[in-house]
Every structure is written in structure tokens, then in C-alpha cells.
Design a protein around this ligand. Structure first.
Ligand code: URA
Length: 184
């Protein structure tokens, strides 16, 4: 029997990896439809996400939901997760080691869901699939990535919503990129 997203979430919640982070409130496995055709992968939970155990519910999450709506997509129909499932201390960037340690869970989530599109938010999750890509060059351009659950998956690199919070002039480009999701 193939494993389900629920089984993987239970293992993520029980994983020893949380021992690396003494001051967290919650592990954040991800949420959304288990028949989603779209999987969104962010970087790591922030403060609000840590407090509630859900991905993308703080300021970045609100902008993400809005950009999805502008692209005609309903957040409930998507599966949303992060490369790293625990908030790094002081909101620092996740390290390569952390990303490598969490990647097997992410890969299992992808194999269980079999999404038609994997949309990565920001360079951290993009580089898990496209190690040499530069986000300012490839954002909004679907890339074929081999060997996760299919010979080729479509990975769509998108800017992280935090970019739009710090730099509102980028929002127009970001929404245009989000609109590629239904087109693809
Ligand atoms: N930023 C992320 O990358 N992920 C979240 O879940 C929240 C903010």
C-alpha cells in the first residue's frame, strides 16, 4: 500500500529532528487537499506557523492566499508545505544541513501526492530541485525535473511572498507568475 500524506505527517510530528530545536511550539508538516494537483513548497515555518502548527498563516501566508485567489486558485485545493518543517531560531535561513535532513520527508510527501505541478516559493525550496538555478532568472518559468515520482515533474519557481511584503513593486510580477499555475 502506498503511504498517505496523513501517515507521513504523523512521522514528521514524531521525528527526532525536533530535538535540534529546543524552543519550538509545533512541528508543521503541511496541510491541504490530499488529492491536490498543485503542491506549494515554502522555506520553513515562521512565528505564527510555529504557534499554530499550520503553514503560511502569518503575513506571508495572507499574501500567498491573496495571490492564489488572484490567479483563480483556491488554497483549499492545494497542498502547502515547507522544505524545513520547524521554525529555525530567530527566523534565520534554513541551513543546507537542515534542508538535507528534512528532504526525505518532503520527497515522500511528493511521492504520496503525485502533484502535477510543484511550485516552489523562494530560492531555498527551488534549490532543492534546481540546485544551480537563480530565482531572478527562472521565476515563472516551468522547469522539468526528473525522478521524484515520475520521469519528469514540472517545478515552477516562484518568488517567496515575503518578497512582496518587503518590496510591493514586485507584486505585479509575482501575480503574473502565479497566474502561470492554472495555465500550466
Ligand atoms: N514562510 C515560509 O516559507 N513558510 C511558512 O510556512 C511561513 C512563512
Amino acid at each position: 500500500m502506498p503511504e498517505t500524506l496523513q501517515q507521513i505527517a504523523e512521522e514528521i510530528l514524531a521525528s527526532d529532528l525536533k530535538d535540534m530545536y529546543p524552543n519550538i511550539t509545533n512541528v508543521v508538516p503541511g496541510e491541504g487537499s490530499n488529492t491536490a494537483e498543485i503542491m506549494i513548497i515554502g522555506e520553513a515555518p515562521g512565528k505564527q506557523e510555529d504557534l499554530e502548527g499550520r503553514p503560511f498563516i502569518g503575513r506571508s501566508g495572507k499574501l500567498l492566499t491573496k495571490m492564489l485567489e488572484e490567479a483563480g486558485l483556491d488554497r483549499e485545493e492545494i497542498f502547502i508545505t515547507n522544505s524545513v518543517k520547524i521554525r529555525p531560531p530567530e527566523n534565520r535561513d534554513p541551513t543546507s544541513k537542515e534542508k538535507d535532513l528534512w528532504f526525505p520527508f518532503l520527497k515522500r510527501q511528493i511521492i504520496a501526492l503525485k502533484p502535477k505541478i510543484i511550485a516552489t516559493l523562494g530560492r531555498h525550496s527551488m534549490n532543492e530541485f534546481l540546485p544551480d538555478a537563480t530565482i531572478s532568472v527562472v521565476h515563472g518559468q516551468p522547469q522539468k525535473v526528473g525522478g521524484l515520482w515520475h520521469e519528469h515533474q514540472i517545478v515552477l519557481p516562484l518568488y517567496h511572498p515575503a518578497v512582496g511584503l518587503y518590496n510591493p513593486s514586485q507584486k505585479e510580477v509575482m501575480i503574473a507568475d502565479f497566474k502561470k499555475i492554472p495555465e500550466i
